[in-house]
Design a protein around this ligand. Sequence first.
Ligand code: XIL
Length: 341
Amino acid sequence: MKLLVLLLGLSTIVNAQKSALLKDAVKFPLGASVNPRLMTENEAYRNIAKNELTGMTAENHMKMMLIHPATDRFDFVKGDEIVAFAAATGKRMHGHTLVWHNQVPQWMKDFQGDQKAWEELLKNHIQTVVSHYKGKIVGWDVVNESFLDDGSLRPTLWSEHIPDYIAKSFQWAHEADPDAILFYNDYGQDGKPKKMKAILDLVAELKRRGIPIHGLGLQMHINVDSKRNELQEVLDKSVATGLKIHLSELDIAVNPKNNPDFVYEEKAAKAQSELFNYIFKSYAEIPAKQQYGITFWNISDKDSWLRGYFKRPKEYPLLFDENYSKKPAYTELTKSLNNLN
Ligand code: XIL
């Protein structure tokens, strides 16, 4: 009898240990994007980054505007800080992002030149950044958000001045670091079949031409009303390319219409928790060799871009609350993933 009690006790301890951390309940890297200021100033934030993650992305500091502030000046200070933290704490570092239409420095917007000059500018940008982090950054979002919802190529500085800029960007990145895993990253493919098709067509075309593309980043800025069948379809179609799949910027908005009177209570929290479960379980089912990982877009609700950038103060899209405590959704998700294992 005593032995039975002891064994039951032991198995409870083992199960409790098993279910404690989300990162241990998944077989792929679990990351978050981080802000270097918070990493320095906020101990709770830093501790979560250190203890809860196995992967890491810079939320902003590797984007053109911050890493390449003037024609002949690159600023790697903050990016290097994040990379050093990731290396010291054993995390896989992901690079975000080499080519995007947002957060472009003014000097690039003002640049004048012919196609050749623009190509030189972009090639130099990509190759300087990729070379700087060679061997330290495992994968890069080479090109971010190139398509509009109707599937057409987004008119940007890059599409305007450099024909075929997507393929060229992948080639340039590959030349600088042949070992880097190269991603095309985009958002909101669910319920937008034309956008999804444009991305799949791009992948097919790049592959046909022998352009090095190795992964698809699905940003996954979704909300409690996002339709599961549509999310599943996006995942299935992305997986069918055979590329690695990164859920690269996951957050689940609970108050997508930014209702100022919104109260985050049980109903919304439960819907959110169930959708987190759904996303993680669907991802856990894709072939292991295609699982690059899941990355949250920042750490706690307080730090989310939905509050900062979109000015939606009544938003709670992540798994840690404003006090850096685990939300019930964290515990639920960890438990249900452990039951899968
Ligand atoms: C966002 C950051 O979170 C904000 O801090 C910044 O002000 C704007 O960019 N898609 C992307 C990310 O690929 O780079 C964006 O990050 C969010 C949408």
